[in-house]
Ligand binder design. Sequence first.
Ligand code: 5GP
Length: 189
Amino acid sequence: MREEEEISAAIDRVLLGEDAIAERVGKMAGEISAAYANVEYGDDGLVLIGVLKGAFVFLADLARRLTVPHHVDFIALSSYNRGETKGEVRLIMDSRISVADRHVLIVEDIVDTGYTLDYLRRTFTAREPASLRSCVFLSKPERRRIDVPIDYLGFEIPDVWVVGYGLDYGDRYRTLPYIGALKQEVYES
Ligand code: 5GP
């Protein structure tokens, strides 16, 4: 099968198209820019911490629409294992920018059980930033196992496995420009 045919055979439906995504990300960037309007560039400037790999597309789009000065850094965590309920999260690559006394915004692709974002909040709180907030593209409220605050949220979605716009399944489909629900038989086979 050709790559294109294989992709369309694996996708059940498009949940969020390119235009809806662009519009929402633009609004989020406006909200964040207004909230941090008084933050100055330099050592105390806003620091965006993107969670690899899933958040790389969202972070790129969001950051380019911000009108406040900001720095970009990344962190990588252990890969997610669907069905795992213990909530174990491992740090694979740490951020390089020191965040003490700086305004930090965690940029995450999706919050599912909530364990990853909770781990990130605890990890970064311990580093004593001036402030800590989170910006999440997607949330699956039905799947939440731990109550974790999300300061800026893109969309709530149902309990389906989604790919595209940075999100993968087995490291595939990340660069699709839309958010698609993967066919259940693909991720349950
Ligand atoms: P949590 O710790 O909230 O259960 O899971 C967060 C992580 O699980 C996300 O950063 C993401 O890597 C992964 N994840 C959860 N649901 C999905 C999904 O529908 N699609 C993809 N590609 N990743 C997901």
